[in-house]
Design a protein around this ligand. Structure first.
Ligand code: FAD
Ligand code: EPU
Length: 345
């Protein structure tokens, strides 16, 4: 068997969409999931922790990473079962998420279209239960296959075992226990399209579409996203840097009474409402803020941006100021969405 492709002292600059010029002590690509245990053993021999990294679109490196960065490169995708209406599709962790969306749509399988153009890999999609424009990936996941560090074996977790919530799952809480190797999605052609999210009907009209199909919806959402969010290839960012806060109904209603323009949404959890963090940040005056190369995007107040050479620590400093200002003005504590490495938030 070939030795695993191990490299020491690797730049992470091109491996995170915030474009932070951090370094990792080592990096190793693994295509065959049966060799994940070997990578962990090698890291342990060198006294290194292990970080599983996908496309790096939801991480902030506040410092160099002193351990092994493990990347899963298997990107096979296939249909396991199908009949006239339903299919079960299996994709390996290293496949790019947006490629999977279009792979399924090209074969007539609806479902993932609302999440078109979300960056990242299939392996990361269950971690925070990615979601956009009225859909969350947890609605479609039947099974997550993952290497369990405790037993050194690959296990299959059912949807309910993954404990999906808003930007949340079991994997976020048992952070270093699981390495997701593949995800199986249940898609249903007869599922009605979800087109109600603000701006989507207008975009379809602007495209001249009167009888939208799933592909049209994916295109409309991709157009909106391209306008709304900075492109990480041009300006470093990790999408929304903060989660939308969930507040008990009474507190959300009280804030809404004081600020009638505040967008308040159902949260999906009884007794709680979701507020727009972007609105709170903009209202507090931080949209477009800049301090050196670190700042908040002009287009969208939820997006922390690296205009060039900002370090992770400089970006974190801006994020902390935003949290303090929003808390001082509205009494709401914002939580970061990306994983922060090398510092406590
Ligand atoms: P990484 O950033 O590499 O990793 C994220 C976390 O997952 C880390 O903790 C990492 O250790 C862990 N991880 C990665 N792969 C594995 C694996 N195989 N097994 C175990 N753990 C793993 N997110 C949304 O939900 N909705 C959006 O609309 C959205 N829009 C975005 C727009 C932009 C411009 C950007 C830059 C980001 C956006 N995001 C959005 C966030 C991001 O795209 C998702 O969180 C995505 O799933 C991250 O994938 P990744 O491969 O880049 O993960
Ligand atoms: N808004 C502002 N100021 C801004 C931007 C938005 O006040 O600068 C207000 C808008 O007026 C709107 C509300 O905020 O009423 C919601 O805005 P948007 O539709 O852009 O959604 P969001 O809540 O800001 C969430 C997700 C995004 C996802 C979009 C679309 C979170 C943390 N973010 O953003 O996900 O793409 O909805 O569904 O839930 C990500 O997670 O990285 C991400 C980009």
């Amino acid at each position: 068997m070939q030795p695993l492709p191990w490299a020491d002292d690797v730049s992470l600059a091109g491996r995170n969409t915030l474009r932070i010029a951090a370094r990792a002590a080592a990096m190793c690509d693994v295509r065959d999931p049966s060799r994940i245990g070997e990578a962990f053993d090698l890291a342990a021999m060198k006294g290194m922790e292990v970080l599983v990294l996908g496309e790096g679109s939801n991480v902030l490196f506040a410092a160099d990473y002193p351990g092994l960065v493990l990347c899963l490169t298997g990107d096979d995708c296939r249909i396991l079962e199908q009949d006239d209406s339903r299919a079960l599709i299996r994709a390996e962790a290293g496949m790019l998420w947006n490629e999977l969306v279009h792979w399924t749509l090209a074969r007539g399988w609806n479902g993932l279209e609302n999440m078109a153009l979300i960056p990242g890999t299939v392996g990361a999609c269950p971690i925070q239960n990615i979601g956009a424009y009225g859909a969350e990936v947890g609605e479609f996941i039947e099974t997550v296959e993952a290497f369990d560090r405790a037993s050194g074996r690959i296990k299959r977790l059912s949807n309910s075992e993954c404990a999906f919530g808003y930007r949340d799952s079991r994997f976020k809480h048992e952070r270093d226990q699981w390495v997701i190797t593949a995800v199986e999605f249940r898609l249903d052609k007869t599922r009605p399209l979800k087109m109600a999210y603000a701006g989507v009907p207008e975009e379809l009209v602007a495209m001249g579409i009167t009888e939208p199909k799933a592909l049209h919806l994916a295109e409309a959402i991709s157009r909106i996203r391209t306008r709304k969010l900075p492109n990480p290839a041009l300006v470093g960012n990790a999408g929304s840097f903060f989660k939308n806060p969930m507040l008990p109904d009474a507190e959300a209603n009280a804030l809404k009474a004081t600020y009638p323009e505040l967008p308040v949404f159902p949260s999906g959890v009884d007794g709680y409402k979701k507020l727009s963090a972007a609105w709170l940040i903009e209202k507090a005056g931080w949209k477009g803020y800049r301090e050196g190369d670190a700042g908040i995007a002009e287009q969208h107040a939820l997006v922390l941006v690296n205009h060039g050479k900002a370090s992770g620590a400089e970006l974190l400093a801006v994020a902390r100021k935003v949290v303090a200002a929003v808390q001082a003005q509205f009494g709401v504590v914002l939580e970061p969405e990306p994983r922060i490495l090398g510092a406590d938030f």
